[in-house]
Design a protein around this ligand. Structure first.
Ligand code: PGA
Length: 253
């Protein structure tokens, strides 16, 4: 099987001022300095990006953003353009997070435009998908995910997707303390990989990193990461404290 470099990504959501984020990043940089077999990414709020970029310079932590607009500039009050993120030092951008979909009207179509714009700007998109609790209970998990994938990646070509990362985040597991079991995560990840093999290309699907997100913490990361199709984690709450996040990065012990 193709070896995929695990990615442990921290989504700091709407937490931390610039100074607080810089302090966390500084400590994290020390804690993960020896790590080379896992890629580490943190996505602070926009206002902290530049300060965090300074702190992590020269280390092995990649910077990411949590959202962006698809246009390169314009009269879009309150929005941030892809080029602004790259200029701030970002290499990744999280797109289509369920909180964006739920509270800010993000749709599969807007996510599609954003993925396209991210790729064009040289940012690696972390494309988030996931089903709600009621959808899971109704047996719709795969159909919901298939639709999100189909629409989110509609009319993309293989060469556009080389830097893509997918994050499976069941909505019912985000910030709730309820983690998908390792078997549930594996089942979905294998399905997503298969779906993308059919839709795009099997070699691409084999190389694609699929992260799991939703209440990942030091006590469950190891068993999740042991699953063959789980290639990393997108972590909210447990990424805010550098010591805890470092434990996740060091999941191999
Ligand atoms: P959580 O959030 O780890 O706090 O559940 C995950 C996410 O929303 O990316």
């Amino acid at each position: 099987m193709q070896k995929r470099l695990p990615l442990i990504a921290g989504n700091w959501k709407m937490y931390k001022t610039g100074d607080e984020a810089a302090q966390t990043a500084k400590r994290l940089k020390e804690l993960v300095s020896g790590v080379s077999d896992v890629e580490v990414m943190i996505a602070p709020p926009f206002t902290a990006l530049c300060q965090v970029a300074v702190e992590i310079a020269g280390g092995n932590i990649a910077l990411g953003a949590q959202n962006m607009h698809w246009e390169s500039e314009g009269a879009y009050t309150g929005e941030i353009a892809p080029g602004m993120l790259t200029a701030a030092g970002c290499r990744y951008v999280i797109l289509g997070h369920s909180e964006r979909r739920q509270y800010f009207g993000e749709t599969d179509q807007s996510v599609n435009r954003k993925i396209r714009a991210a790729v064009a700007a040289g940012l690696k998109p972390v494309f988030c998908i996931g089903e709600s609790e009621s959808q899971r209970e109704a047996g719709q998990t795969f159909s919901v995910l298939d639709k999100q994938i189909q629409n989110g990646l509609e009319s993309f070509l293989l060469q556009d997707l080389e830097s893509l990362v997918v994050a499976y985040e069941p909505v019912w597991a985000i910030g709730t303390g309820k983690t998908a079991t390792k078997e549930q995560a594996q089942e979905v990840h294998a399905h997503v990989r298969q779906r993308l093999a059919e839709m795009i290309d099997s070699g691409f699907a084999q190389k694609l990193r699929i992260l799991y997100g939703g209440s990942v913490k030091p006590s469950n990361v190891k068993e999740l990461m042991a699953m063959p199709d789980v290639d990393g984690a997108l972590v909210g709450g447990a990424s805010l404290d550098p010591e805890t996040f470092s434990q996740l990065v060091h999941y191999q012990g």
